[in-house]
Design a protein around this ligand. Structure first.
Ligand code: PEP
Length: 251
C-alpha cells in the first residue's frame, strides 16, 4: 500500500505563512511523490488551502484535512464544525482523538469513536490517534491503553472500520523531540495491526501511521518498519524542506 505522510499544523499559521509554505511545497512536489500526502490545517484556513490547491496544480498531490470534527451532524453546538462542512470545503481527512484534544479538552474514547463515526458518515477518513502517556508506558500499560482506545472506535464503527487511518502517537514523543525507536514503534504497530485483523477481513487496507517527533533525520528508519505505513507530522510539517524530505523518505 502507498504510504501516507500527513502534516498536522496544529494551531499555527497565518494567511501569509500558509501561502508561503504551500508555495514551497508546490515547488518541491512538481514531480509527483510516491506516497500520499495531506495537510491538516486549522479550520479557518481550510478554504484558503482549498483555493490554493485549485490555483497551483502541483498541490493536487496534497489532500486536505481538518484537525478535529464534531460528533454531531448540525444544530446548537456553538464552536463545533461538522463533518458535512469539512466535506464541503474539500477535506478528505479529519484527525480525531489527538492527544492534545484528549488532554486539554477531556475527549473520551467514546467521544473519539463518535467523531470517527460522524466523519465516516460524511465520507471523510478519520485519522484516529491512539497513544500512551509516559506514566502509562513506564507502568507497562502501553498495549492495554492503545488497544482500549482503538477498541472504542472499532466497536462504534463496525463494518466501516477498514475505512479509517490509525495514528500511533506516544504522548511522550509528541512535540518533545523524543521519538519512539523504530523497534518500539513497530512493536505497538504490530499490536494494532493484529487488533484490526481480528475486527475486519479488510484490515490490509488500514494505514497505521507513526507520529511523535518524526523529522527529516529519523523518518527513513521509522518508515522502513514493516507495519509503519506513514507518518503524522507536527512540528516538521511547518518547514517545507523538512516535510519534503520526509515525503521523499516515504517510498
Ligand atoms: C502531532 O502533533 O501529531 C505530532 C506528532 O507532533 P510532533 O511531530 O511535533 O511531535
Amino acid at each position: 500500500m502507498k504510504k501516507l505522510i500527513a502534516g498536522n499544523w496544529k494551531m499555527n499559521g497565518s494567511l501569509a505563512a500558509n501561502e508561503a509554505l504551500l508555495g514551497a511545497l508546490a515547488q518541491g512536489l512538481a514531480v509527483k511523490p510516491a506516497c500520499e500526502v495531506a495537510v491538516c490545517v486549522p479550520a479557518p484556513y481550510l478554504a484558503q488551502v482549498q483555493a490554493l490547491k485549485s490555483a497551483k496544480p502541483a498541490l493536487s498531490a496534497i489532500d486536505l484535512g481538518a484537525q478535529d470534527v464534531s460528533a454531531q451532524a448540525s444544530g446548537a453546538y456553538t464552536g463545533e464544525v461538522s463533518a458535512a462542512m469539512l466535506k464541503e470545503l474539500g477535506c478528505r481527512y479529519a484527525i480525531v482523538g489527538h492527544s492534545e484534544r484528549r488532554q486539554y479538552h477531556g475527549e473520551s474514547d467514546a467521544l473519539v469513536a463518535d467523531k470517527a463515526r460522524a466523519a465516516l458518515a460524511s465520507g471523510i477518513t478519520p485519522i484516529v490517534c491512539v497513544g500512551e502517556t509516559l506514566a502509562e508506558r513506564e507502568a507497562g500499560h502501553t498495549e492495554e491503553v492503545v488497544k482500549r482506545q482503538l477498541a472504542a472506535v472499532i466497536h462504534a464503527n463496525g463494518h466501516c472500520i477498514s475505512e479509517i487511518v490509525v495514528a500511533y502517537e506516544p504522548v511522550w514523543a509528541i512535540g518533545t523531540g523524543k521519538t519512539a525507536s523504530p523497534e518500539e514503534a513497530q512493536a505497538v504497530h504490530t499490536v494494532l495491526r493484529a487488533q484490526l485483523k481480528a475486527a475486519t477481513d479488510q484490515s490490509a487496507r488500514v494505514k497505521i501511521l507513526y507520529g511523535g517527533s518524526m523529522n527529516a533525520a529519523n523518518a527513513a528508519t521509522l518508515l522502513a518498519q514493516p507495519d509503519i505505513d506513514g507518518g503524522l507530522i507536527g512540528g516538521a510539517s511547518l518547514k517545507a524542506a523538512d516535510f519534503l524530505t520526509i515525503i521523499a523518505a516515504a517510498q
